[in-house]
Design a protein around this ligand. Sequence first.
Ligand SMILES: Nc1ncnc2c1ncn2[C@@H]1O[C@H](COP(=O)(O)OP(=O)(O)OP(=O)(O)O)[C@@H](O)[C@H]1O
Ligand SMILES: [Mg+2]
Length: 228
Amino acid sequence: MIQLFRVSKVYPPNYPALTDIHLHVEKGEFVFLSGPSGAGKTTLLKLLFREEEATGGQIIVNGRNITRLDGAGIARLRQEIGLVFQEFKLLPSMTALENVALAAEVVGMSRRESRRRAFHLLRELGLREKHDARPLTLSGGEQQRVAIARALVNDPILVLADEPTGNLDADMAEETMRVFLKIHEKGTTIMIATHDAGVLKRFHHRGVQLQRGRLMSDSKSAQREVAS
Ligand SMILES: Nc1ncnc2c1ncn2[C@@H]1O[C@H](COP(=O)(O)OP(=O)(O)OP(=O)(O)O)[C@@H](O)[C@H]1O
Ligand SMILES: [Mg+2]
């Protein structure tokens, strides 16, 4: 699903944010990307959806070399990826349902089908009663689930999340992680950048650790979550 060969990223004028990264992630894997602040986690995710361009090396996502993509290719790539950020970036004037449906409408799905999908996703994420709520009346965990529903509405094959539990308390973080586990069970490949020690301790999936832009360790011994 994801292959990086000797990938580097140098931010201008000459800051090496990532150096010589080799990484293979199989379809259906669940990967935590960890490491201290400034290690390059966000940069790595940005390379994968072409928010940033690699300085060197090759990146293959879903069989496509994304180091050589034109505008249309980048748009197609992004349709295959669901993005979840620490900041939920929901539109405050729209309802939860409209926020989710909009993400499908903007890539050309009919209004009716977009709303139908949004409806089912919100229900699946435990927000059945909150379809018509505005984001600011929702709790942090609820807002994050709306943002996750939005990331899923176009059926991504890959979900990239950057500190998705960063603004949540421990219970909400746990709840959000369970949502990711559920998505993962359906076969979606997931990569989550986090330095949430609680999450990393509790969920024992593959862990890839960055430090100063280099890949320091990779535990490929994925286990099931520790029983509670
Ligand atoms: N647009 C940019 N221009 C210049 N330097 C940048 C840019 N974006 C990031 N950097 C630098 O690259 C390094 C890696 O940043 P990155 O955001 O990838 O780290 P991170 O691991 O996500 O950190 P955090 O845990 O704080 O989110 C940092 O030193 C940062 O200052
Ligand atoms: Mg970051």
